[in-house]
Design a protein around this ligand. Structure first.
Ligand code: PHE
Length: 342
């Protein structure tokens, strides 16, 4: 019996020594301790051992079980360590390698100015709204007091899709849409794309405007002036001065055009403002009572002011861009320059 146990110990020890991975070791475990394992069978065989020898044989088997268990455990630890080391070695990160360059984008100057202006307006209590770019003749013109064949339609070279459908030529088209929906008092701004058949260094057939509309009781030109001055100062700096010039829009009466001190030279005169120190940036005025009435607002009780900004122009001034076409070319070299400017 003793010899049998010794040779078993030797056999298993050799197998354990020779094993190279955990999977094979697991097989040995089954061979030794499994349901039909050699040790398990030895224990089962105890039944047949003479009672006076049972104690001794039992101790021998226990002894062998402990020895083999330890042996296998040690090997298991060793193999696990080996596996971990291999893993660490293969997944090693070379921290001395230079990092990969990660491209950082920049906001397009027009998006940037839209963000800035709408932020300023929201802080002044305006709600931001949107309207369709494909618009009806009614909202773009008629509801703005520009009937068919009115000469002022010539001011805007419009892209017509059909007789009644067009690409909106001004964000003023949202004025009537909002007036029909809302009850005064309200303050809205609408940034968005507008389209006109016009193309040179300062005009693009697609451009962006920001429309503002305030309707309340007792609105006056003074409200418009102070609001626009605050807006301009927040956008272009505290030293900005604005100037009102009389103008004409069918939907405002009186109408004005607003100039501001050139943000590039701060009023001294430079190539951007052609030496005048001032730049024209928007149209505005007191909403024509006819426009209020057409959209169902009582013009005896309420008055309004409205303004319309050229956003591309506003963004060009913020970033010293001289040709509007650069805004729409998507030339990566141009867009790269917008980084770090803000
Ligand atoms: N819609 C006018 C334009 O595009 C600008 C404007 C808006 C003027 C609101 C007055 C009031 O030229």
């Amino acid at each position: 019996m003793k010899e049998e146990l010794l040779s078993l110990e030797k056999e298993v020890s050799q197998k354990v020594d020779a094993v190279q991975d955990l999977k094979d070791l697991a097989e040995i475990k089954v061979y030794v301790f499994g349901k039909n394992g050699v040790i398990t069978n030895l224990s089962k065989g105890m039944r047949d051992v003479e009672p006076n020898q049972r104690k001794e044989v039992g101790m021998l088997i226990n002894d062998l079980r402990n020895k083999l268990e330890n042996k296998i455990q040690e090997k298991e630890k060793l193999l696990e360590e080996k596996l971990l080391n291999e893993k660490l070695e293969s997944e090693k990160i070379d921290i001395t390698q230079p990092g990969k360059d990660c491209k950082v984008g920049a906001l397009h100057p027009t998006s940037d100015v839209i963000d800035k202006l709408t932020d300023i307006c929201v802080n002044m209590g305006f709600s931001v709204v949107e309207g369709p770019e494909i618009e009806t003749d009614y909202y773009n013109f008629e509801a703005m007091n520009i009937p068919k064949n009115h000469p002022s339609r010539d001011m805007q070279d419009t892209f017509f899709i059909t007789n009644e459908i067009l690409l909106r030529s001004q964000t003023s088209a949202v004025q009537a849409r909002e007036m029909e929906k809302r009850k005064p008092p309200f303050k809205i701004v609408c940034p968005g794309k507008t389209y006109r058949n016009d193309s040179d260094a300062t005009h693009s057939p697609v451009f962006h405007q920001l429309e503002g509309l305030v309707v309340d009781e007792n609105i006056s030109m003074a409200d418009l002036k102070s609001m626009l001055l605050t807006l301009m100062k927040r956008l272009y700096g505290e030293d900005t001065v604005i100037r009102f010039r009389p103008s004409f829009f069918p939907f405002t009466e009186p109408s004005i055009e607003v100039d501001l001190t050139c943000p590039t030279c701060h009023g001294k005169g430079c190539s951007i403002c052609k030496g005048t120190g001032m730049l024209e940036l928007l149209g505005a005025g007191i909403v024509n009572p006819k426009v209020l009435e057409m959209s169902g607002i009582d013009s005896k009780k309420y008055r309004g002011f409205a303004f319309g900004f050229g956003l591309d122009r506003a963004g060009m001034l913020l970033n010293n861009i001289s040709n509007i076409k650069s805004l729409f070319k998507n030339d990566i070299r141009f867009l790269e320059q917008m980084k770090g400017e803000r």
